[in-house]
Ligand binder design. Structure first.
Ligand SMILES: NC(=O)c1ccc[n+]([C@@H]2O[C@H](COP(=O)([O-])OP(=O)(O)OC[C@H]3O[C@@H](n4cnc5c(N)ncnc54)[C@H](OP(=O)(O)O)[C@@H]3O)[C@@H](O)[C@H]2O)c1
Length: 350
């Protein structure tokens, strides 16, 4: 009897703390027309994976399923009709889910080559955070050189990407972060003008730093009271880009009351209140940008080119094994708000 091919995957079975991750062999299909089999060397971990695990993420497949929006690895086999990819080539890919696995079979059009100078872990750390930051800054807010941008969570994945992109375009950047080592990194290594303690009252410090006029752009992935502070800080013609609700996931366990509180205390905006103050509010959800794929791919290519030229850098804080225990430790680390930049799961040979 021939055994069907499988791969090892880390799965969400129940919406509970990180320890409830399980690891199983799951079926692996041969690549069909237009598909590629990629052996995963590294899988980026995103805050949205934590929300997915907690059952607080909208776009999810039925359980059990594996989280993971981005992987880097090596092409093992290509399906019929695939041109331009050969076994043995290195590639990075964005997924809707399923990246916490040792193999994925995905459409070839999702693959991108990445620069030689990057390790698989560094490549897997870039797509989601840099694309999100890019879309927030340059597509949604249309940020221009010499404007002032406030980046909440500046020491995190999207945050470290946003600070680099903004500084690179000649914007003035102020940020918030929860630890001294993050704040120092954001100012001394990434070039932000100032970075304030996200766990303390930071609104008055930002105001004192940027002046009474306020900020032109605020990138807000937190929600709740932070959103209200961002709104107060906006200068005339300022834009608030809302792209996450971290406030809904304060700890390792799912708390529906806490999630509801975060939702309730996030301000609602009456259009007239925007008119009164000449401000705008925008939302960004990368996964819901499917119809703008032609915009995202060139942006990601430009981001990787800039990384090859040393103009942008993936900030990989820690890697953990691509296994159930590794995923547990990675999620616990991010829940504890300790990550400076990205956390990545790596296969043993990567
Ligand atoms: N809309 C989109 O398309 C999109 C795409 C990617 C990410 N996002 C969102 O962007 C945010 C950042 O994502 P990321 O993957 O780059 O994560 P991350 O920033 O690397 O990690 C989370 C960071 O957020 C800060 N934070 C603030 N409140 C928190 C809370 N209640 N619990 C935990 N951390 C909290 C912490 O920084 P400090 O302690 O230093 O303040 C923490 O280090 C998340 O809200 C995520 O859902 C949205």
């Amino acid at each position: 009897m021939s055994s069907r091919p499988t791969t090892r995957a880390v799965l969400i079975e129940r919406h509970v703390p990180p320890e409830a991750f399980v690891e199983r062999d799951v079926p692996l299909a041969d690549p069909g027309p237009g598909e590629v089999h990629l052996r995963v060397a590294a899988a980026g971990v995103n805050f949205a994976d934590l929300m997915m695990r907690a059952g607080l993420y909208g776009t999810v497949p039925p359980r059990p399923h594996s989280p993971g929006f981005e992987v880097a690895g090596e092409v093992v086999a290509v399906g019929p009709g695939v041109d331009g990819w050969r076994p043995g080539e290195r590639a990075v890919a964005g997924l809707r889910y399923g990246g916490y696995a040792h193999d994925v079979v995905i459409p070839a059009e999702r693959l991108l080559r990445y620069p030689e100078v990057l390790s698989p872990a560094e490549a897997a750390a870039m797509p989601v955070v840099f694309l999100t930051a890019w879309v927030c800054l340059f597509e949604a807010a249309r940020a221009r050189p010499e404007e002032t941008v406030l980046v909440l969570g500046a020491g995190g994945g999207v945050g470290t990407a946003a600070v680099q992109l903004a500084v690179g375009r000649g914007l003035r950047v102020v940020g918030t972060a929860g630890e001294e080592r993050k704040r120092r990194f954001v100012t001394e290594e990434l070039g932000a003008d100032a970075c304030f303690d996200s766990r303390a009252e930071w609104e008055s410090s930002v105001r004192a730093s940027v002046g009474e006029r306020g900020i032109d752009v605020a990138l807000d992935p937190v929600g709740g009271k932070a959103t209200a502070a961002c709104r107060r800080l906006l200068a005339p013609l300022g834009r608030l880009v809302f792209y996450g609700l971290s406030d809904a996931v304060p700890g390792r366990r799912r708390s529906l009351p806490r999630a509801a509180l975060a939702w309730l205390r996030t301000p609602r905006f009456h259009p007239l209140s925007l008119v009164e103050r000449n401000i705008g509010v925008l939302g960004v959800h990368l996964l819901h940008l499917g119809s703008r794929e032609p915009l995202l791919r060139p942006a990601l290519e430009a981001i990787f080119q800039a990384a090859a030229a040393g103009e942008l850098r993936p900030v990989v804080d820690r890697t953990f094994p691509l296994s159930r225990d590794g995923a547990v430790a990675a999620h616990a680390y991010i829940h504890a708000r300790r990550n400076l930049g990205k956390v990545v799961l790596c296969a043993p040979e990567a």
